[in-house]
Write a protein that binds this ligand. Structure first.
Ligand SMILES: NC(=O)c1ccc[n+]([C@@H]2O[C@H](COP(=O)([O-])OP(=O)(O)OC[C@H]3O[C@@H](n4cnc5c(N)ncnc54)[C@H](OP(=O)(O)O)[C@@H]3O)[C@@H](O)[C@H]2O)c1
Length: 336
């Protein structure tokens, strides 16, 4: 049986529980392809999985890793193959797990062709953030789909994260006004460089006051939030009438007190989602939207992933430690 190198979680715990190991090369099932991996993205959910707080969904690999780029080796091309992929094609893929390995299996509709001009390393930085931001900011949050499809305003919490930078870049590229929060002057500068009109150092400034002032008291149409907790009432305070608050994580705690009367009076929507356990058909629909509307912006250079640091796969513990320090700006990557 052919084998490969992979990173496994030996037990729940600190970064050191990640270990380079040898595993059998996975076999693609119906509708799946095998990818020889060049690079894998590191995402905060991998840290939660390593800590024992985010189990893989049923049927997913126990290995961490939600995104890869590489070349298709073999697979089942008889079903839905929206991008006409064949063996040998360079792809990036969204996975439910198993990305920290030399080979990974992905459902074919979750594999996208490489945007022209991007390296495999850059392409591996796309799937988790782009799928998450597209489905939460543009679909659940409906940014820009109000009356007349007019430009709207977005506040991104955690603007310098992998997710945050993607949200800033995409919203800015589609002509929306973007505000972002981040925890240092350097991170705020990065948010502005990527398209935020104003970045707010939340350790020094009150994002509610800044947003209200910058919008002439109106507030923002959409907030992408990974903090929750005691941010929630403050976020409600700086949403415009008809505004949408979209949760993708609860770094500040899951519980919040809200005034339902305010939601009614100002017609606000509170929503949120997690991507990993959603069905293949849902992810395939997002892949189609990204390919049609976002890939052209990557190909003409208007969008580029921001990669903070690239690690050899064997140094994965260092990558996790850096992510937990929150000193990074943008993406952390593993190279195989
Ligand atoms: N729902 C989904 O489907 C989904 C999918 C992928 C990721 N996520 C979540 O999205 C978040 C970002 O993921 P990532 O991989 O991009 O991680 P990441 O790069 O490690 O980002 C985490 C960010 O949280 C920021 N942060 C922490 N506390 C904050 C606070 N009180 N106010 C503002 N920012 C704060 C940190 O920045 P500072 O240093 O500036 O505080 C850091 O930039 C994670 O929580 C992850 O679990 C959700």
């Amino acid at each position: 049986m052919p084998t490969m190198q992979a990173i496994e979680i030996t037990r729940p715990g600190p970064a050191e529980v990640l270990r380079l190991t040898t595993r059998p090369v996975p076999q693609p099932g119906p509708g799946e392809v095998l990818i020889k991996v060049s690079a894998s993205g590191v995402n905060r959910p991998d840290v939660f999985q390593r800590q024992g707080h985010y189990a893989p969904p049923p049927g997913a690999s126990d290995l961490p890793g939600l995104e890869v780029a590489g070349s298709v080796v073999e697979g089942d091309f008889s079903g839905d193959n929206p991008f006409g992929l064949k063996p040998g094609a360079p792809v990036c893929a969204l996975l439910a797990g198993g990305g920290y390995a030399e080979y990974a299996v992905a459902p074919l509709p979750q594999c996208l062709p490489l945007p022209a001009g991007l390296s495999l390393l850059e392409a591996a930085a796309l799937p988790e953030n782009y799928f998450t931001v597209w489905s939460n900011v543009f679909e659940r949050g409906q940014l820009g789909r109000g009356e007349g499809g007019a430009a709207e305003t977005l506040l991104v919490q955690g603007g310098s994260s992998g997710i945050g930078i993607t949200a800033i870049q995409l919203a800015h590229a589609f002509g929306h006004r973007v505000f972002a929060t981040a925890g240092s002057a350097d991170k705020c500068a990065a948010c502005v460089a990527q398209g935020a009109e104003r970045a707010i150092n939340y350790r020094e400034e009150d994002f509610v006051a800044v947003v209200r002032q910058a919008t002439g008291g109106r507030g923002v149409d959409v907030i992408l939030d990974m903090v929750a907790g005691d941010y929630v009432p403050r976020e409600i305070d700086c949403l415009a009438e008809g505004g949408r608050l979209v949760f993708i994580a609860t770094l500040g705690g899951g519980k919040a007190a809200i005034d339902a009367g305010v939601l009614m009076r100002r017609r606000l929507t509170l929503t949120g989602s997690t991507l990993r356990a959603r069905p293949i058909a849902f992810k395939a629909a997002i892949a189609g939207e990204l390919h049609a509307k976002v890939w052209p912006l990557l190909e003409d250079g208007r969008l580029r992933p921001v990669i903070d640091q690239v690690f050899a796969a064997a140094d994965v513990a260092q990558a996790h430690a850096l992510m937990e320090s929150s000193k990074h700006i943008g993406k952390l990557m593993l190279r195989w």
